[in-house]
Design a protein around this ligand. Structure first.
Ligand code: ADP
Length: 496
């Protein structure tokens, strides 16, 4: 079981590693790099520092001993005769101690003593030796050759008689040229390097482990989000569970839940719309069915009743037709919200034309229609949609009016907007209904509305058309006194 889990984890990790766009992989790589680079640098600095310091210390120690030896050389006059047993023993001991070679160069650059016995009696002139004869000790680390080379002046203090009195001066009598092995330093460095590699290996394993755990841990909230979205997608839940680990995840979940809420609302309103449409389409059909059934079941129906029923059926067909036309207009408007067919339209002429069409209806209902125009208004509008707006409002003002009623249409404009006001002396709209009149299929008083032909879609269409023109529509009404609709639209069309 454990083995299988590990195998799965390993497979998942390898899959992830190929995917550099994954946040988990990026975190893993970041932690790995941030964790390993300093440790590698630290180990390297420690090792190279060790070598530098060890060489410096070794040079100091040896130089001090060589200085003491240089005094002994002067004391035993070794540069003149190199026979002193004591000095020879000291030189031998020094070269053994540091696994090196000491050469004593006399004033004439002649090698007086070489612990290796190779250059004795030969002339030794090198840059280091010459600089040393000028009183300067030198040291030179040659790691590739495996030794440290140094020169030490053999000095003697001499008292000179000058006209000013006695003066003590230091004279360089010879030079000690010493090379010592760096083997012990190198071997210690190698041990250190080996330890450093082991340490780095252990740290690398630790950092990889840490990076894996942290990458997994830090990205877990995003996995929770994915799981939650999957749950919503599969329909187990209708809301995402909270993931309060980071403020970012809280924002994602909030935004997603808001989106879900909106989608739910849209879905509900779509369902409601479909059921309203079905209901509204069914009503005239039911009436027609009842009327035709009545006629069929009674073959002796008098001709005038027959005619009346047939007229009713015709009216229901008209109503059905009207609903379908209105629905089509509404759906078309939803679909083509972006593309208005805008042109410069003379609003006065357009209104006159619409009123001419509606006046017969007004006359039939004994309603007077007045048009008041304050100036000539030319506006960038969609003529067809503008016609829908005006005719719907005036049609309502006539339909929901009283006998001998009045409908007054006013057209005015300022430098930015034009306004159409449709005022009637009709039945009015109760305050509670005012907010809903623009909803699809909403009719204020269903029983009364039945007497007046209508679909409940006119104002929904009107409002849509106004909004498409980036305009506003407002209503104020008093039951029994009348209603005023005011439409305000920009004279120049605003795109976007
Ligand atoms: P309808 O086809 O029923 O006229 P509308 O969407 O045009 O549909 O209007 C919705 C409802 O608002 C109407 O049924 C009516 O009750 C009310 N209404 C609209 N205009 C007026 C008005 N001028 N006076 C009184 N009531 C109105």
């Amino acid at each position: 079981m454990q083995k299988q889990w590990l195998q799965e984890k390993w497979k998942k990790l390898l899959e992830h590693l190929w995917n550099l766009r994954s946040l988990k992989v990026r975190l893993f790589v970041l932690i790995l790099v941030v964790g390993t680079i300093p440790s590698i640098l630290m180990c390297n600095v420690i090792v190279s520092n060790y070598e530098e310091r060890s060489v410096g210390l070794r040079v100091n120690t040896v130089q001090n001993q060589l200085k003491i030896l240089a005094n002994h050389l002067i004391y035993y006059n070794y540069l003149e005769s190199s026979t002193s047993e004591t000095i020879n023993a000291e030189l031998e001991m020094l070269s053994n101690l540091y696994d090196g070679r000491v050469q004593i160069v006399g004033g004439n650059f002649k090698v007086v003593k070489d612990t290796y016995g190779l250059s004795q009696g030969k002339i030794m002139i090198s840059e280091g030796v010459i600089r040393c004869f000028n009183g300067e000790s030198t040291s030179n680390y040659l790691p590739d050759l495996g030794y440290i080379e140094m020169t030490t002046p053999i000095t003697e203090k001499v008292i000179e008689l000058t006209p000013q009195g006695e003066k003590e001066t230091t004279v360089v009598r010879g030079v000690m040229l010493t090379s010592i092995s760096n083997e012990s330093i190198v071997s210690t460095r190698e041990v250190l390097e080996r330890n450093a590699i082991i340490l780095q290996g252990v740290m690398l394993v630790f950092i990889i482990g840490l990076a894996l755990v942290l990458a997994e841990f830090l990205t877990r909230p995003f996995e929770k989000i994915t799981q939650s979205i999957r749950g919503v997608k599969e329909g187990h839940v209708d809301k995402m569970v909270a993931v309060p680990d980071y403020s970012e995840t809280v924002h994602i979940v909030d935004a997603f839940n808001q989106l879900l809420g909106r989608m739910k609302m849209l879905d509900e309103s779509r369902q409601e719309f479909v059921s309203n449409v079905s209901h509204e389409l069914k009503t005239p059909l039911t009436s027609m069915k009842v009327l035709s059934d009545a006629l069929l079941s009674n073959p002796d129906t008098p001709a005038e009743i027959y005619r009346e029923f047939m007229e009713d059926i015709g009216a229901e067909i008209d109503r059905e037709n009207q609903i379908i036309n209105d629905l089509l207009a509404l759906v078309k408007m939803d679909k083509t919200a972006a593309d208005l067919n805008v042109s410069a339209v003379n609003m006065n002429e357009l209104t006159e034309l619409i009123l001419k069409r509606l006046r017969p209806l007004a006359r039939k209902r004994d309603v007077e229609v007045l048009f008041e125009s304050f100036r000539t208004v030319i506006a960038d509008v969609d003529e067809v949609k503008m016609t829908l707006i005006i005719s719907n409002l005036v049609d309502n003002a006539i339909k929901y009016n009283k006998e001998h009623g009045l409908v007054k249409i006013s057209l005015n404009a300022d430098h930015q907007f034009f306004t159409i006001e449709v005022q009637d002396t009709g039945i009015g709209i109760p305050e509670d209904d005012l907010a809903q009149i623009y909803e699809r299929f909403y009719r204020v008083d269903k029983s009364h509305a039945r007497e007046v032909a209508g679909t409940g879609l006119g104002l929904a269409i009107t409002r849509n058309a106004v909004l498409m023109h980036k305009g506003t529509i407002t209503v104020s009404s008093k039951v029994g006194e009348g209603t005023i609709f005011v439409v305000k639209i920009p004279l120049t069309h605003i795109v976007g």
